[in-house]
Design a protein around this ligand. Sequence first.
Ligand SMILES: Nc1ncnc2c1ncn2[C@@H]1O[C@H](COP(=O)(O)OP(=O)(O)OP(=O)(O)O)[C@@H](O)[C@H]1O
Length: 441
Amino acid sequence: MERYKILEELGDGTCGSVFKAFNTETFEIVAVKKMKRKFYFWEECMNLGEVKALRKLNHPNIVKLKEVVRENNELFFIFEYMEHNLYQIMRERQRPFSEGEIRSFMSQMLQGLAHMHRHGYFHRDLKPENLLVTKDVLKIADFGLAREVSSMPPYTEYVSTRWYRAPEVLLQSSSYTPAIDMWAVGAILAELFTSYPIFPGESEIDQLYKICCVLGAPDWTSLPEATNISRLINISYSEILPTNISDIIPNASSEAVDLVMQLCSWDPLRRPTADQALQHPFFNVHACVPHPLLYDPLELRLNNMGMEPNLELNLWDFDTEPDDCFLGLTLAVKPSVSNLEVVHNASQGTEEDILFCPRLKDHPEQSVFWSLLTPGQNGIHPPVESTLSFPFREIFHGSSIQHPPIGVPQSAGFAMASLQPNLLERQLLAVSSPFQQGHYL
Ligand SMILES: Nc1ncnc2c1ncn2[C@@H]1O[C@H](COP(=O)(O)OP(=O)(O)OP(=O)(O)O)[C@@H](O)[C@H]1O
């Protein structure tokens, strides 16, 4: 481990502490996760769920495990470094995410998840803290609880952070499925609209109560586990009426609301799979789901670029994965026109040099132009509007659907304030995981 210079602590989780570090040989910044328990044999290390899962899962939306090091009976995982997690971003943002941004995060999360489920793993602890983001690229992390789908029940009772925990897990089913990840995806989708958890239970029983307050009481016969839960007996869940999810996330489109409702179905069999969710109309912004980073308003880019940005457009950035053919558009600080032709555009009466990607020529619907001449001499200009096709209007200008102003709903049938007394404690609760044990399975 001498080649790694530790720079700062990034997180202190249940299983290990995570540090930002510098590889003095490759000059790479990495994240080093130092496991808390000792490992005396390599075999033990290789049998860890996290190692087993990550060795098999290679996907642009799953954090990459670069190396595993065992030294002096201590185990270190070397991961690619990611700048933020989604929880931090939600907490620090001054304004809510646009639906385009949420769509991109969701699309990436679902693609990573679909890959994982396809390869026989489910995550079991999806939550905003475990969704890492660098420049709007989202990757799923923390596979400490990942489990092979083919592994045999009964599974441990203590799985996943409470607010994102599926009802069948709360009801102590011992044979849950990858559908528990889909429940978490629904809860995260709702939270991205309001920056508040949709089911912020303060205990397991309160968690079920909070779910009932939103979804209404379930048909208990579809949840046979429930009949064995004596602690439910004292609560008359059947009297709780459901709340309109559109009242809880008033800034969400009807498609988003519908997707939340499908994902957060009491019955795991009714939840869409990750692949099915990706086909939901919520993602139908024309035919193409935007790739990471593409939807954010120009303003964000400028903030990140400092005061004197030069302009470069890499209009195409297809990934090599066959199922990953999305349009990539990135701004960077140094111009390089390897894939670009400078073309002359006099269409607006003024002379403007436009970067044009030749590979776009065959796809007039998807052409994007960007003016190089700038009024403010700073090299930045918004996209030339007349050349933008619909998906890019969504990307650059936000959804054309006008939503009510965002805010945590305080009324309209769903008494958010009374149901979510612990909202202000989110940070505290989030760091003190309710399950300090049972992560090793
Ligand atoms: N690759 C990474 N790049 C940057 N930060 C990371 C990376 N991996 C983890 N972190 C940070 O460290 C925190 C803890 O990491 P992780 O969730 O893997 O540890 P854990 O011990 O399994 O935690 P938990 O108690 O959530 O299960 C994350 O929430 C994240 O903020």
